[in-house]
Write a protein that binds this ligand. Structure first.
Ligand SMILES: [Zn+2]
Length: 140
């Protein structure tokens, strides 16, 4: 389970699957994913700009600058708890309702980040989840 952090350097406006028209201001965002297996490959995919659109978030990461990622041990349903933890700790707010949540039914896995620093994010979210991070990764 992971939080992938990226910057949109300019406003995004476009259709994303069943979500319809999505508009996002430039800024720093966090995407929460599960990746029970293949965490490294999943994170690498998020950083690539050239890729087919498979998940909602692909439409955004194709035009984004990757910042980093924080991962915790996988547990059933924990990615939804992580999205909630971002809201509860004040480190994020939901950016697009339902984005990334087609399979789980929660309020959405894309958050606009209010805390830009990866270490402070890891600390606040780990405390909330009661879990120790597996890694804090920086792409730049
Ligand atoms: Zn969810």
């Amino acid at each position: 389970m992971y939080l992938f952090v990226f910057d949109l350097c300019r406003e995004y406006a476009g259709r994303i699957g069943a979500l319809g028209m999505v508009r996002l201001a430039a800024g720093r965002y966090g995407y929460v994913g599960s990746a029970r297996r293949g965490l490294a490959a999943r994170l690498a995919r998020h950083t690539r700009r050239r890729k087919p659109l498979r998940w909602h978030v692909d439409a955004l990461t194709r035009g984004a600058d990757s910042v980093g990622a924080i991962a915790w041990p996988w547990r059933e349903g924990r990615e939804c708890l992580l999205a909630e933890a971002l809201v509860a700790t004040g480190t994020g707010r939901r950016a697009v309702p339902r984005l990334g949540a087609s399979d789980c039914g929660c309020s959405g896995h894309l958050l606009a980040l209010c805390e830009a620093d990866l270490d402070r994010l890891a600390e606040a979210l780990s405390a909330r989840l009661g879990a120790t991070p597996l890694l804090v990764l920086r792409y730049r």
